[in-house]
Design a protein around this ligand. Sequence first.
Ligand SMILES: Cc1cc2nc3c(=O)[nH]c(=O)nc-3n(C[C@H](O)[C@H](O)[C@H](O)COP(=O)(O)OP(=O)(O)OC[C@H]3O[C@@H](n4cnc5c(N)ncnc54)[C@H](O)[C@@H]3O)c2cc1C
Length: 579
Amino acid sequence: MGSPSVTIVGGGLSGLSAAFHLSRRFPASSGARITLVEKSNRLGGWVKSERARVKDRYGGRQADVLLESGPRTLRPASKAILELIHLLNLTTSVLTVPRTAPAARNRFLHISGARGLTKIPGSLPSLLVSPLVKILVPAILADFRRRNGRVLNTSQANDESVDAFLTRHFGSEFAQVFGSALIHGIYAADSRQLSIRAAFPAMCRLEENGKGSIVRGAISDMLSLTDTSEGLTYHVGDVAQLMKGVSVYSFRDGMQTLTDAMTNYLKQQQNVVIVKGDGAAALAKSTTGDGFQVTTESGKEIVSSHLIAAMPLPLLHRLLAHSRSMSPETSQSTSPPPGSTHNAAPLRRPSFPHPALSLKTGIRGRYMVQSHAGNSASSPSSPTTSTPSPVPLLPHLLANPSSSVTVVNIVFPPSDKPIHPDGFGYLIPRPQQGYPSPPGSTLGMLGTVFDSSALSGQDISICADHRSPKFTKVTVMLGGPYGPPSPAPASPDFLPTLLATLQEHLGHDQPLPEPCLVRVREHQDCIPTLTVGHVERMAELRAAVKEKWGENAVVIGASIDGVSVGDCIESGRRAALEL
Ligand SMILES: Cc1cc2nc3c(=O)[nH]c(=O)nc-3n(C[C@H](O)[C@H](O)[C@H](O)COP(=O)(O)OP(=O)(O)OC[C@H]3O[C@@H](n4cnc5c(N)ncnc54)[C@H](O)[C@@H]3O)c2cc1C
C-alpha cells in the first residue's frame, strides 16, 4: 500500500490496536493519514479501570483500591499483548501471578447443593482426595480410550457446541459441571450455544492430533514440544522473560494501562486524528468510488482510501442499515432483516453542516475531513461531487446473540477472619435442570473473582502499619444466560440478596461484614456468543467484505475474531499489517 488514508470506526481494544500498529507502519513521514472515530467520550470500549478511596468505618483505615469493570487478567500466551507491552514500555507496570502462587493454583467451583466451595484439583495427589474425583477420573479415562471416534476436522465445515464436544469426550456430567462453569467465566454464555471451533480451536487440534482423544493429543503435544504458534514475528523484547512461570498478569493501575498507553501514543502522532464522542452515523463509498466516506453524528465527513470497521457486528449492521435508509438510492428498499434482535436506540441523523470541523482537524489534501454543504448538493469543484453510494450490507452481522453482564465490585473492611480462601475465585456451573425460566427470575450468579488474592499490588494501603489486615476486594459477575438479575440492582433487596448468596457460597455461618464499597455496572450486550458455525460464517463475511466493499476494507473485533483481549489486539494488529 502507498500512502493511504485509513478511517477506523470503533475505539475499543481492537480499533486502538489497529490504529497503533498502523501508525507504526505508516508514520507521519509516510504521508499516510489515520483517523480513529469513537462514539463515546473515551477510548477503550469495555476496558475500564478506576480508583476509589475506601475507608473502614470503625478502624479508620483507608486504601486506594483499583476497580475493574471489564477485563481484569491476561494470560501470557498472547504474543500480541506482550509485544504491545514491549513497544509501549509498560514492563515496569506489569503485575504477575506466578504459577506457584495460591491465586494461580487455587480455583474453586460452587456446586449447587454442596456447602461452600470445592477446590478444582491441580495435581494428581489433590485429585485423589477431591470430591470431584468421581467425575474427573472416569472422564479422563473415557477420553483416553476413545478410538476412531468422530474428529472435527479443522479443514471441513464441521462444528459443534462446547457442551456437545466435551460430552463426546468426557461425558455429560463433566460437560455440565466443568464446561458450563468455564464458559460462564469467560463468555458469560451457555456452553450449549458456544462453538468449540470458535472458542477453543486448540481443543480441535488436540482431538485431531490424538486421533480422537484430547488427552492423547495433549500428551503427544507435550512429548513432541510442538510449537503451535503460526510462525508470525512479534517484537516482545524482554517481556517474554518476564512472563516465564507466570499464570496470569495485569497492570498496577489495571487493564486501562494498555488502552491509555495506546491512546497517548496515538495522540503524539502528527498524522493521527482521534474523533471522540461523535460516532459514525453513515458509511458510504466515496464519490470517486475507490474509497470510503464516514459521516459522524455531528456531521463531520471523513473520506479515506481504506476503512477498518472495529465495532460490534450488530452495531455495524445498524450503521449500514441506517446509511442505506438515508441514501436516496436505497431508502425505498431498506428494512430491518428478519430476526434482527438489536434493540439499541436509533442512530441520530447527522446534523449538517458542522462548522468547527476543519478548525479541529486541520487536515488537508487527498484525505479530507469536511463540513457537509447540505447532503448531496456539493459544488462540482468539491472532491465530493456526487452522491456517495451506501456500502452494501454484509451477511451474518446479526447471527450471534450477545451476553449482558452485571459486574459488582465489593470491598470489605479489614478483618481478622478471611472472607474467602486464598485463590483466584470460583465459578458456578449451569444448574443440572438448566437455566431457570423465564430468564431474569433469579440473581443469576456466574462466579466471583477474589481480586485482592490475585492482584493485591493494585491496591494501595494508606495506613501506617503495613502488617494490619487488608481490605478484601471481590468482583461478582451476574447475568449472561440467566438474564438480568432479580432482584434488580436498583432494588433495595439486591445487595442483601447478593451478600447472603456470597455468604452461602463462601461457607460462612455468620453474615459477611458490611462492605465499605459496592459498585454495580450493568453492561448491555458486552460479550458476543460465538455460536456453532461461527468460523464458517465469518469466512463468508470476510469474503463478502472483499467482494462488495473491496480490498481496502476490513471488519475486525471481538464479535468476529474472538473475545479475549489477546484476540482483539491480534485482530487489530493483523488488519494494520495486512490492509
Ligand atoms: C465484563 C467483561 C469482562 C471481561 N474480562 C476479560 C478478561 O478478564 N480477559 C480477557 O481477555 N477478556 C475479557 N473480556 C473481553 C474483552 O474485554 C472484550 O472482548 C474486548 O474489550 C472487546 O474489544 P473490541 O474493541 O473488539 O470491542 P468494544 O470494546 O465493544 O469496542 C467497540 C467500540 O466501538 C464503539 N462504537 C460502537 N458504535 C460506534 C459507531 N457508530 N461509531 C464509532 N464507534 C462506535 C464503541 O463505543 C466501542 O468503544 C471481558 C469483557 C467484559 C465485558
